[in-house]
Design a protein around this ligand. Sequence first.
Ligand SMILES: Nc1nc2c(ncn2[C@@H]2O[C@H](COP(=O)(O)OP(=O)(O)O)[C@@H](O)[C@H]2O)c(=O)[nH]1
Ligand SMILES: [Mg+2]
Length: 233
Amino acid sequence: MPENPVPTRAFRVGVAGPVGTGKSSLIGTLCRELSAELQIGVITNDIYTDEDAQMLRAAGVLDPQRIRAVETGACPHTAIRDDITANDLAIEDLEADFAPLDLVLVESGGDNLTATFSPALVDAQLFVLDVAGGGDVVRKGGPGIARADLLVVNKTDLAPHVGVDAALMERQGREARDGRPVIALSRSDANSVAALCDWVRTMLAAYRSGVHHPQDPGPMAPHSHADGTVHAH
Ligand SMILES: Nc1nc2c(ncn2[C@@H]2O[C@H](COP(=O)(O)OP(=O)(O)O)[C@@H](O)[C@H]2O)c(=O)[nH]1
Ligand SMILES: [Mg+2]
C-alpha cells in the first residue's frame, strides 16, 4: 500500500473491551505516564451518564477540561462503529480547544462484548480483557480479541487470586491473533506499564511518518435490541 500523507491531526486510539476490564484505569495510566511528553485528550462513551469522564477527572492525571463525555443513548456500540458523528465532533472540539494535541484516547461504552471501533473514527484500537473474566474468554474470540491492533490481558496481579494462569491466557491471545501484539498488564507492574507506553509511542511514530494504516478488526456479532431491532453492523 502507498504511504499515507503525513497527518496533521492527533493520533486517535480506541480502547474497547467488556465492562470492568480496566479501560478507564488504563487510560488514566497512559495519561499519567505520557502527559509530560505528549499533549493528550480523552473522550468517554457512556450510555446515560458521564461517569467514566468523572472518574478520570477525579484521578487528577490530566487537565479535567481535556476529558469529554459523549452520551450515547441506548446503543453505545453504534456511536463508535456506525454513526460516529457525536464522537467525531467531540474529538474535533477537543482538538480545536487544545491545539495541537498529539494523542486522543477514546473509551468505548461497554454494552456489547464484541464491539469494535470504526477505522474511520480511530487510527488504532486496543481491546482489553482481564484475568478475572476467566481464561477461556480469549479462546471464545471475537473481532476485537483476534484483530485489534493490541490485545491487553489486564489485572495480572489478580491472577493468583482468581485461579487463572495469566501466562497461559497471554499465550492463547497470541495464538488467536496471528502474530499481532499482546501485552499482559497490571497497573502495579511498572515493566508492563512501560511496554504499553512504548506501544503507544511506536504506533504514534508510525502514524506520523505516514506508514500506519488504520485496520478494521471487523464487525461485531449480529444481535437484537430490546425493542426488537436486529443489528448486523
Ligand atoms: N487489581 C487490579 N485492579 C484493576 C487494575 N486496573 C483496573 N482495576 C480495577 O478494575 C475495576 C474496573 O476498572 P475500570 O477502569 O473502571 O474498568 P472499565 O469499566 O473497563 O473502564 C476498578 O475497580 C479498577 O480499580 C489492575 O491492573 N489491577
Ligand atoms: Mg470505564
